[in-house]
Design a protein around this ligand. Structure first.
Ligand code: NAG
Ligand code: NAG
Ligand code: NAG
Ligand code: NAG
Ligand code: NAG
Ligand code: NAG
Ligand code: NAG
Length: 849
């Protein structure tokens, strides 16, 4: 009796101590059970350092509006602990604030600590000091590593606990992840790998966070850790424990992009198909990787050769705009799935096959309520399925229909009933004015304002003289020697050539031959620039994880009798982030060779000469990128074009309005860009995508792979660079500073806003078509509207074989002059007394301005 009183007392007391109430997170094979409620979870990845804190609320709200109930992020160790035991959780590294915003929006969170993250992120998120710690081996049964991993994991968990972020404390986080896709590469570590993953599980569970832990791609995940699936499709995946819910932690909404590569796309229809199939096959939680990809600012991109843009063709584009139709189509799918949530999680499922890849899945509960998913996995044959008293259904190839009550189609993954936006980039520095006096502002044709440039040469005096900070008689590993604080590392040596050698070896006609592991090499001989070269992956094939980036540099060299100085500047373009022991991949000249060659013969081998070394560029120490720095001597005259190792500076007015801003760097070579001291990332518009292998009107049907729907053939892989609004000052004094390694031409550089230009819509009978502009613009003109069987694509719609007569008037009436509008696609809207065809649909093309 007494003890019961005590229990009651303690419960009351703890309720006073904690303003938040604990949320219980449990699961069975058919549902996540959150506070006793059976749930299907729809989640999306947003990596906090790939945007700015100013963007977070909007990204999270758009995710919620898009029908997500959970946001997932990795944690990025290399940014949080750049030097051992020196932590940074400020600015866009404030993951606690990120999760607090997630909670304020009423969403759940998934915390993927890793701390290895892959993610096309520099070195998979490992800080380089870790690699340089004596006796340490990454991601295996190594005590030095395990200790560091435990300290960092505990640090993150403690910060989350202090902020009461775990659901068990009333916070948003319902799941946490330890390690990442280790199962894919575990064999490379032998028995030590197996021991390590067991230790990871025990270490994680001992953190006592009150919510389940997961591991992805880990068939042997030790209980109670839930193993989960990553891929383009996960419908056939089975967890390794019958009690575990089926979870899909990375549903790739698109793919990443590499310098020299084409733009990847994944259609809205195929993405929706994969999601619907997953839930049809008993899926409980799926996460879009990415929902917002964002930007690899500064030196954060990995690969090597991952671009600064990490757009990923995600439902929210790099800048946070809605990527339509993908965003809107998935939003409708989510609403349809949520309508069936209680039945989809009830565990009472039956399957019926109609042959030819058509299956009906019926979910029921004990009171006999029903919910159905009717799928057609054939990649070319459409199907007409007769469900007797439940009706007849047309199921296009490679699609899933969701049938509420098993007799009413509320969604089909191949039928787009949503807006398609064509984004435009335009100059926006003057307010539009109402020219014709009709009360609506008319867009004024705007030309990019002229930019006045200053320039400064990179200070090279010491390094061209071969002066370094330390020396060794071997070629060092670049990442180890630099601690990866810079992309740049100087290898310098000198060679004495006497009259005898000069003549006997024909050194007046020699070449310098360098074997390097990459990624870029700039060579100077006797203070003169000799040339440069990049790893071959740029400008050729799409980058593949694990590729070899080594290359041979060989150029004619002009030597003298006497002392010759050779200065080699090696530059990295993001470090490897994937594969067994990716962390040990050599970078720079280590293991390579440097030779003087004449008539095909190696005359002098400099590989084991005394090499002098210097980390980084002088301009980095002198902070040339910082507008407040006084160390750079900027020249207003003689602006050079095509000059290597050159700095450029200009001031500009921020584009007006609220639409996202980009800087067009066409004409520039390769380097870095800063706005008001913020590093926008690497630019490289001279890396051009393959000229073949593109497909602008990609067929959504059939198995997707990352190469299937490429676009942008023959164009610069990345020409536009995101300048988040929060980097800009409202006044006229914004500073753009560029460093170009290879030489560029600044004359075409301009700042643009990205907004919805053409807005198209496509919707079937019985649905609602919503159209909206952005940034305060309105629908100014309806260029096309047809209700019938319109043909073609957004930008080139054509009237089909039949159409209602008044579609254009109806759409104009509903939309012109409005920022957004909605049209009910029904016979009534088009004043028809009976159906003009069961597959009738409305196509609209309009302009926002
Ligand atoms: C499963 O569904 C059938 C058919 O609706 C129903 O008779 C049965 O009671 C259900 N079983 C459970 C456990 O809900
Ligand atoms: C079965 O599902 C229907 C519709 O979702 C619901 O109204 C009913 O309460 C459910 N019955 C049980 C026993 O859960
Ligand atoms: C010239 O240099 C070569 C190679 O370094 C050396 O073997 C040779 O002895 C030198 N000759 C004279 C005359 O110094
Ligand atoms: C210079 O070297 C090139 C390439 O090794 C060779 O083809 C050429 O004949 C050489 N010229 C002289 C004058 O030796
Ligand atoms: C412009 O605005 C920024 C930030 O508000 C401020 O630091 C700067 O001094 C301003 N410059 C001028 C010329 O007003
Ligand atoms: C620089 O680019 C502009 C076009 O933007 C072109 O007109 C000009 O000729 C270029 N200058 C040089 C030196 O190539
Ligand atoms: C196996 C694999 O490549 N996994 C990767 C899947 O894609 C995302 C990035 O696109 C990575 O973070 C995963 O690790």
């Amino acid at each position: 009796m007494l003890s019961r009183h005590w229990t009651v007392f303690l419960l009351v007391a703890s309720a006073f101590l904690c303003s938040c109430s604990a949320i219980t997170v449990d699961y069975d094979a058919n549902a996540m059970i959150i506070n006793g409620q059976r749930k299907l979870v729809i989640s999306g990845s947003i990596h906090y350092p790939r945007s700015t804190p100013e963007m977070w609320p909007d990204l999270i709200q758009k995710s919620k509006d898009g029908g997500l109930d959970t946001i997932e992020t990795y944690i990025f160790w290399n940014l949080h602990e750049p030097r051992r035991r020196e932590y940074d959780f400020t600015g866009n590294l404030d993951f606690v604030k990120f999760f607090q915003l997630v909670q304020e929006a009423g969403l759940y969170g998934i915390l993927r600590i890793g701390p290895y993250v892959c993610a096309e992120w520099n070195y998979g998120g490992f800080p380089m000091w870790l690699h340089n710690t004596p006796g340490l081996e990454l991601r295996t049964d190594n005590n030095v590593y395990k200790q560091e991993m435990q300290i960092f994991t505990t640090k993150i968990v403690d910060l989350a606990k202090q902020a009461k972020l775990f659901a068990s404390q009333g916070g948003p986080i319902i799941l946490a992840q330890i390690e990442n896709e280790y199962g894919n590469i575990m064999d490379g570590y032998g028995d030590a790998g197996k021991k390590y993953i067991k230790w990871c599980a025990e270490m994680a569970v001992a953190q006592n966070i009150g919510v389940p832990w997961i591991m992805c791609q880990q068939d042997n995940a030790p209980q109670p850790i839930i193993n989960t699936c990553n891929g383009f499709y996960c419908d056939q995946f089975k967890p390794n424990n019958a009690r575990s819910p089926k979870m899909w932690t990375e549903n790739w909404t698109g793919w990443f992009k590499a310098w020299g590569g084409r733009d990847p796309h994944r259609t809205a229809e195929d993405t929706a198909f994969a999601v619907a199939r997953f839930y049809q096959n008993g899926g409980v939680l799926q996460n879009y990787y990415m929902y917002h990809g964002g930007t690899n600012f500064g030196r954060t991109s990995g690969g090597p050769y991952i671009t600064t843009s990490y757009d990923y063709d995600a439902p929210l584009d790099e800048y946070g705009n809605l990527n339509q139709p993908k965003y809107g189509h998935l939003k409708k799918l989510h609403a349809a799935l949520k309508l069936g949530e209680s039945l989809l999680t009830s565990g009472n499922v039956s399957w019926k096959s109609f042959g030819n890849g058509v299956d009906l899945t019926t979910f029921t509960n004990s009171s006999g309520a029903r919910f159905c998913m009717l799928s057609n996995t054939d990649n070319s044959k459409d199907a007409n399925i007769d469900l007797q008293q439940d009706g007849k259904f047309f199921v296009p190839a490679w699609s899933v229909s969701i049938l509420d009550g098993c007799n009413k189609e509320i969604h089909n993954t191949a039928k787009l009933n949503t807006q398609i936006s064509q984004m435009v980039k335009k100059v926006y520095t003057k307010e539009d004015v109402d020219v014709d006096g009709d009360g609506v502002e008319d867009p004024v044709e705007q030309v990019a304002p002229h930019l006045n440039w200053e320039w400064a040469p990179e200070p090279l005096r010491d390094t061209l003289q071969g002066k370094g900070r330390f020396k060794a008689s071997v070629l060092l590993d670049q990442k180890s020697a630099t601690f990866d604080i810079s992309d740049y590392f100087w290898y310098m040596t000198s060679v004495n050539i006497n009259e005898t050698t000069w003549k006997s070896s024909n050194l007046n006609n020699a070449t310098l031959r360098v074997n390097t592991n990459g990624h870029a090499l700039y060579a100077f001989v006797n203070r003169r620039f000799l040339g440069y070269q990049f790893s071959k992956q740029a400008n050729t094939k799409q980058m593949v994880h694990g590729d070899d980036y080594s290359f041979l540099f060989e150029k004619p060299i002009s030597l003298n009798v006497g002392t010759n100085t050779i200065s080699l500047l090696s530059a990295t373009v993001g470090l490897a982030n994937y594969g067994a022991k990716f962390d040990l991949k050599p970078t720079g000249l280590i293991g390579g060779s440097v030779q003087l060659v004449s008539n095909g013969q190696v005359v002098i081998d400099l590989t084991s000469s005394t090499w002098f070394y210097k980390v980084g560029l002088n301009s980095e120490v002198k902070r040339f990128h910082d507008p407040a720095s006084t160390k750079a001597k900027w020249n207003a005259d003689g602006l050079p074009t095509g000059r290597p190792m050159t700095w450029y500076k200009t001031t500009f007015q921020a584009p007006l309005g609220t639409d996202p801003v980009v800087v067009d760097l066409l004409g520039m070579g390769k380097g870095y860009a800063w706005v008001n001291g913020h590093n926008l990332g690497r630019f490289w518009p001279t890396a051009v995508a393959d000229s073949s292998g593109c497909n602008d009107n990609c067929d959504y049907r059939g198995q997707f792979n990352s190469d299937k729907c490429r676009t942008n053939c023959g164009n610069p892989t990345q020409r536009y660079y995101h300048v988040p609004r929060s980097f800009l000052n409202k006044n006229n004094s914004n500073t753009l500073i560029l460093f170009d390694e290879v030489g560029g031409n600044t004359s075409a550089i301009s700042f643009l806003v990205i907004t919805v230009g053409k807005v198209c819509g496509h919707a079937y009978l019985g649905s609602n078509l919503e159209l909206s502009c952005q940034g305060g613009k309105v629908i100014s003109d309806v260029e096309f509207a047809s209700f019938g069987d319109p043909q073609g694509f957004c930008g080139s719609f054509k009237v089909g074989s039949f159409q209602a007569t008044n579609a254009l008037t109806a759409v104009e009436k509903a939309c012109v002059g409005r920022q957004s509008c909605a049209i009910e696609v029904s016979d009534a809207t088009f004043e028809l007394s009976n159906d003009i065809g069961p597959t009738s649909r409305l196509a609209v093309q309009a302009l926002c301005s």
